[in-house]
Ligand binder design. Sequence first.
Ligand SMILES: O=P(O)(O)OP(=O)(O)OP(=O)(O)OC[C@H]1O[C@@H](n2cnc3c(O)ncnc32)[C@H](O)[C@@H]1O
Ligand SMILES: [Mg+2]
Length: 170
Amino acid sequence: MKILIGSKNPAKIKAVQAAFNHYSSEYVALDIPSLVNSQPLSDRETIEGAINRAKGALATHDGKIGIGLEGGVEKTDFGLFLCNWGALVEEGKPPIIAGGARILLPEEIAKHLIAGEELGPVMDRFTRKENIRHHEGAVGIFTNGQINRADMFTHVAKLLVGQYEYRNRK
Ligand SMILES: O=P(O)(O)OP(=O)(O)OP(=O)(O)OC[C@H]1O[C@@H](n2cnc3c(O)ncnc32)[C@H](O)[C@@H]1O
Ligand SMILES: [Mg+2]
């Protein structure tokens, strides 16, 4: 089964591979535009980005399934939550979607996002590390390594695969 992944981010690729490990799959990681802002600022926009990546992968390449994983934030009365969404697209069927774990971002991080910055560079500055988004991610930093970005996206990808199996059950 050929799986098209709408991102080359290693944390996302790792997650999809972990979720499909009970299939003998071929994975193709592709730079597919999310067609939303590079820092989505709502659940809605983040879901749209995930669906666009999954659809874009399937529309432009040969494969059975397109997967899109997208990170964003959602404003609430409690503060700014990290949010993550995934979409799985098969030809001729509606997208399957699933959401990931959420935690509040500290105010000193949230204020930069509200001011228009992207989380990735803000996290790198805050931690004095490089490319956090490809590694443990903000979720890894603020959960003291208990759940890193690949773990979080693995959960999302498993929710997608499970729903795909349920929809196609014999
Ligand atoms: O190459 P792509 O797939 O675009 O990977 P990305 O790391 O940019 O991931 P997203 O576009 O899905 O994430 C949207 C934005 O949120 C940031 N982001 C999301 N989750 C993050 C995390 O856990 N740690 C650091 N940055 C994160 C990221 O830098 C983007 O600006
Ligand atoms: Mg991005």
